[in-house]
Design a protein around this ligand. Structure first.
Ligand code: CO
Length: 195
């Protein structure tokens, strides 16, 4: 299992609408294992494939289901691999303070459905269904948004988004400059057909 690089905003792959998975083969299984290692390493509760640069309709989650009185007492859903997901029902409203591995240091209150029905496929291609509420429902909606090229700041009012982005860019200037620089070099190399 390999830990993959998590891309951060404003990487263009975060704006990309991801493609459905059609092959449920060894290559997919390897990728899912690498995503799991990456999510663990980053201490995330959810991770979408395009956050590691792969624009396919896949996300992973492992969400706390109780708060616990200490780290040891936290129960989770266990790792759930979600492929080609579709929300088929939603009820109620829930405001939750969300974070995102692609926006280091940022957290914002976002309004979501309180309960959702989800249909998806597992790593073997088998059709699965689940109903989720609370933080699990929030996580599913956040990750599914990623697969449609939508990040949580897109759910803020224009005014709140502007303030949040200004603070994010200020805090992450070094990281972002490096990443933008790497992308530029990559594009230039591709143009020159070297490496
Ligand atoms: Co996210």
């Amino acid at each position: 299992m390999a830990v993959l690089e998590v891309v951060t905003f404003p990487h263009p792959v975060l704006k990309q609408k991801c493609e459905p998975v059609t092959r449920f083969d060894g290559e997919l299984h390897q990728f899912l294992d690498d995503m799991a290692a990456t999510m663990n390493d980053a201490d995330g509760i959810g991770l979408a494939a395009n956050q590691v640069g792969v624009a396919q309709r896949i996300f992973l989650m492992d969400v706390p289901t109780n708060r616990g009185s200490g780290d040891k007492d936290v129960k989770t859903t266990g790792r759930i691999e979600v492929i080609n997901p579709q929300i088929t029902g939603q009820r109620g409203e829930l405001k939750y303070e969300e974070g995102c591995l692609s926006f280091p240091g940022m957290s914002e209150f976002i309004m979501r459905a309180a309960e959702i029905d989800l249909e998806y496929q597992d790593r073997t291609g088998k059709a699965c269904k689940l109903t989720a509420k609370g933080l699990v429902a929030v996580c599913i909606q956040h990750e599914l948004d990623h697969l449609n090229g939508i990040t949580f700041i897109d759910r803020l009012s224009p005014f709140k988004r502007k303030i949040a982005l200004r603070e994010y860019l200020r805090q992450n200037r070094d990281v972002i400059d490096d990443q933008a620089m790497r992308e530029k070099l990559k594009a230039r190399r591709a143009q020159q057909n070297v490496g």
